[in-house]
Design a protein around this ligand. Sequence first.
Ligand code: DGL
Length: 233
Amino acid sequence: MSEELRISKDSPVGFFDSGIGGKCIEAAFRRLCPNERTIYIADSANCPYGNKPAGEIIRLSEAHTKSLLAQGCKMIVVACNTATAAAIDYLRRKYPEVPFVGIEPAVKPAALNSKSGIVGVLATQGTFNGRLYNETRAKFAKDVTILATVADEFVTIVEQGRVDSPETEGIVRRKIEPLLSAGADRIVLGCTHFPHLKSVIEKVCAGRAEVVEPSEAVARQAKRVLAERGLLA
Ligand code: DGL
């Protein structure tokens, strides 16, 4: 960034996602840090990011970053697994003075806690292609069978506000049942749109698998980063 950052403890925290998915991260952060102000960009016009080329996601992510910085944000939370996978390395290089917090599928806790040794991961193709997911998987889940499943339909359901519609449970069940039948005892929600479907997903998984999602962990990380920099409101 060329212009000087004029930020203080009272500056807002910026969030962006391809749509309303990342609102679950923003909500977790606000519960944890009720004194903080937040600005959220939902890029629903360009949703989904899941199958876009990395270069396009970088371009969109940089535009959101510029817009949030122009609004005086003191930190940016990339509240999208796909955008984190494609763009966070670029953003950190390009804006070294800005703290960025990203999100990746919670493969590590799921793999460490799985008893069956089989973990289902729901995410976008872009997330599965990314360095972060593949490094974490190689490091922490090499003795576990990962059933990687693209669930773009879930993104559409959430963006269209169809979470409570009658056909949603059937769509969720058709996606997750094969993972449960294959023995998965952990289902990782590796896309920020999916926690919006958590109650349906938990109903489908009931008694067979635990649902793992990292909103609270990302919120805690965001708080830590602010505290380290003396920027907590
Ligand atoms: N919310 C985004 C994520 O966490 C994905 C949704 C999309 O495909 O745009 O990956």
